[in-house]
Write a new protein. Structure first.
Length: 300
């Protein structure tokens, strides 16, 4: 039985990774999960300098998910390169580094530095607010998507995955723009913008007012978007959004995703990734499928 998949020339032993920001950079989960068994580990977002993130409270549980307004808090590139990359290199898994920035120059700075590191793929988080354009995220304007993809590709030594925001009118427009800019792969979806109000205190629950909604509540939207994009572009997709079981993962694969990311489920059940991976193998046995690639995009 073959569970190997290929993302832009990088072979993953199986299609399961983790969603950026839900797994730290691996060390936090090393005691709970055998990282050697994952197809890849996707790191928390890393910027060229440390980010403090947003004020607290910045996490809230919701029905079927959670809201987060952490604000991409991270220690910055230097500490990440010294501490996190060497840790991940100890394991037999591929390393996907998630990159964030406030300006195009920020992204380029990190991508250039990562060119000297032994990592496998770069995932560019274009849901970051573009400070030069009034805070609208790079990923909400197709011209900006194509432009930043092009500029990152010019300096990148590793294949580039563009992570798409669902907070747009037409996801396929953004996917086409990333492909036109030279993206090697896409990951989707990032979180949906949401809000929660404490009715007794008559205040916003999150200090930031809004946050990113993740978890099972967003899965039907994510599956729909992955299906639309898979039938629009010719580059591989990593699908994510509410995956908590092998059945969830198989929805994304059948819709057209080459690989899948487990995110919010890691918080309440750290072993979810392993269960998803084993469940996919069980699904293949039950359906007498020898090669997982025969299932990608099977549902039209």
């Amino acid at each position: 039985m073959n569970t190997k998949v290929n993302i832009a020339g990088v072979e993953l032993k199986n299609p399961v990774t983790v969603a950026s920001g839900t797994f730290g950079s691996g060390a936090e989960y090393g005691d709970f999960v055998d990282l050697n068994r994952l197809g890849a580990v996707t790191t928390k977002g890393v910027a060229n300098v440390p980010w403090e993130g947003n004020p607290t409270p910045r996490i809230a549980e919701t029905y079927g998910g959670m809201l987060n307004a952490v604000g991409l808090q991270n220690p910055g590139y230097d500490l990440f390169a010294k501490r996190d990359i060497p840790y991940l290199q100890k394991f037999d898994t591929k390393i996907i580094v998630n990159v964030c920035g406030r300006t195009t120059e920020d992204y380029i700075d990190v991508v250039e530095k990562l060119g000297h590191e032994d990592v496998d793929l770069l995932e560019i988080n274009i849901s970051c607010p573009n400070v030069k354009h009034g805070g609208i995220a790079f990923g909400q304007d197709p011209k900006a998507v194509e432009d930043i993809t092009k500029k990152v590709k010019q300096v990148a030594k590793q294949p580039v995955i563009m992570k798409l925001s669902p907070n747009v009118t037409d996801i396929t427009e953004m996917a086409r723009a990333a492909e036109a800019g030279g993206a090697d792969a896409l990951s989707l979806i990032n979180t949906l913008t949401g809000m929660q109000i404490d009715v007794e205190r008559q205040k916003f629950v999150l200090a930031n007012k809004t946050g990113g909604l993740s978890g099972p509540a967003i899965k039907p939207v994510a599956v729909r978007m992955v299906y639309q994009v898979a039938n629009t572009v010719n580059i591989p997709i990593i699908g994510m959004g509410g995956i908590a079981s092998a059945e969830d993962a198989m929805e994304f694969i059948l819709a057209g995703a080459t690989a899948v990311s487990v995110g919010t489920a890691n918080f309440n059940h750290p072993n979810t990734t392993i269960e998803v991976m084993e469940g996919i193998e069980d699904y293949m046995r039950r359906h007498q499928v020898e090669d997982i690639r025969d299932l990608i995009g099977l549902v039209k």
